[in-house]
Design a protein around this ligand. Structure first.
Ligand SMILES: Cc1cc2nc3c(=O)[nH]c(=O)nc-3n(C[C@H](O)[C@H](O)[C@H](O)COP(=O)(O)OP(=O)(O)OC[C@H]3O[C@@H](n4cnc5c(N)ncnc54)[C@H](O)[C@@H]3O)c2cc1C
Length: 400
């Protein structure tokens, strides 16, 4: 049966993640927000620590690397790497979302590898920092419309196309590239390929300037006659098993992005509560909301929304750990958490007004950082579409 308390075996790990967020990420937040595109060197040491925790079995990644699905235990319940990843990501993003997204070896491409790679590929790509490249100039939400091609030539696939907005695309060691084996076959022919950074024909063209998560680099990458070994195709090359294979990645990554939103929103809530207390606004959990000051009532309703986002995120991750189909819950969690983080962080700026808007605190930064969490890995509208399809039993052709 599902139990949404933090499992005892993860508590020490979650505490460690919180300490790291408080002592290493928060103190560097403003610096790398202002110094966009400067590499946060402090993360190298942190990543080495996380690697050590993973190797010792104490934790399974502060980011996205640990989301492989495991078979359920004999008692039928597993608290595994999906749950521990979302719990640690919540803490790290309470510290700083942009810095978490810049953690070496914890990219969204790592979770694509963890989700669909064979055991041999998993070993071969161990320790590689992988970004994820789906989006193209003519393909964002409609990921079935990918134009980048992969043509088999001897023992290599030859990739041609352009990928935009690749998180960690400048700094990573490899990129997981979505490409089509045959455009005429539509979504079934889309596969993902691991392309190592020094591969001839792959060029990082530019980095974006952004509203938020400015510590994280976001790259445009071109592939021209770029040859990758055929064994770098992730999962099955079988076209019949096409799109379902790559889409499976989202069932694991959407709860992670939801966790980022939950962590960022909690940071805003906690600081706002402190600032309201200094201003003399007391929160009373024993009195009806309508009998409390407007600022307190607003705060309490934000907290309720946050709690719902938190619980949905844990549920989606728990289901992944327990081998249960979770596409619906992953999209519900991502939709609720992304929207809540946007609402909460901006309303916290509103409640604290000039203090919240100024660079004196990080509230204004969190409101900028949170916006992406309702966009990448599928926008708010796309998550709602997926939820509607699942609930109504409609296909993507029937409900667009
Ligand atoms: C900072 C940043 C980092 C990113 N990192 C990555 C990354 O690492 N890898 C990667 O592959 N991509 C990444 N992206 C791209 C991101 O995933 C896309 O921006 C996102 O999927 C939306 O695609 P789009 O921008 O083309 O918008 P569009 O798909 O053109 O959508 C525009 C608007 O229309 C809405 N819309 C679209 N279709 C529908 C529909 N059927 N019904 C209702 N509304 C709809 C959307 O919700 C959105 O509001 C990143 C983007 C940013 C800004």
């Amino acid at each position: 049966m599902i139990n949404l308390e933090t499992p005892r075996k993860f508590r020490a790990f979650v505490n460690q993640a919180h300490q790291v967020a408080a002592e290493m990420l928060r103190p560097n937040s403003r610096r790398y927000d202002l110094a966009e595109h400067e590499y946060p060197v402090e993360l190298d040491m942190l990543a080495a620590m996380v690697d050590g925790l993973g190797a010792s079995g104490t934790g399974s990644g502060a980011g996205a690397s640990g989301v492989r699905r495991t078979a359920a235990g004999e008692d039928g319940v597993v608290n595994g790497s999906n749950l521990s990843s979302v719990l640690s990501i919540m803490e790290m993003c309470w510290g700083d979302v942009g810095l978490l997204l810049s953690m070496p070896r914890q990219g969204l491409g790592n979770s694509a590898i963890a989700s669909v790679a064979s055991d041999e590929q998993l070993r071969r790509f161990d320790g590689v920092w992988a970004a994820m490249a789906i989006t193209e100039p003519d393909c964002g939400s409609d990921s079935a419309n990918i134009r980048t091609t992969a043509r088999l030539d001897g023992n290599d696939y030859v990739l041609d196309g352009e990928k935009i907005f690749v998180t960690a695309g400048g700094r990573c060691d490899a990129v997981v590239v979505w490409a089509t084996l045959d455009k005429s076959l539509g979504r079934a022919a889309i596969k993902s390929f691991v392309v190592m950074k020094d591969t001839p024909g792959m060029t990082v063209e530019r980095l974006e300037h952004k509203l938020g998560i400015r510590a994280s680099d976001t790259a445009t990458i071109r592939f021209e006659n770029c040859r990758v070994p055929r064994e770098n195709l992730l999962g099955s090359a079988d076209i019949d098993k096409g799109f379902a294979g790559v889409m499976q990645t989202f069932d694991n990554t959407r709860p992670l992005v939801a966790a980022m939103a939950v962590g960022c929103a909690r940071a805003s809530l906690e600081l706002t509560r402190d600032l309201l207390a200094v201003a003399g606004v007391q929160l009373d959990y024993d009195r009806p909301v309508h009998l409390q000051p407007a600022a307190a009532a607003t705060y309490l309703s934000m907290e309720a929304d946050w709690e719902a986002a938190y619980l949905l995120t844990l549920q989606a991750a728990w289901m992944a750990d327990n081998g249960q189909p979770n596409s619906l819950q992953a999209s519900m969690a991502k939709a609720k958490a992304g929207r809540t983080a946007n609402d909460v962080t901006l309303r916290c700026v509103e409640l604290t007004s000039s203090l919240g808007y100024s660079e004196h605190h990080l509230l204004e930064k969190w409101s900028r950082d949170s916006k992406i969490l309702d966009i990448f890995e599928g926008t708010q509208q796309i998550q709602q579409l997926i939820v509607a399809r699942r609930l109504l039993g409609k296909t993507s052709a029937e409900l667009k």
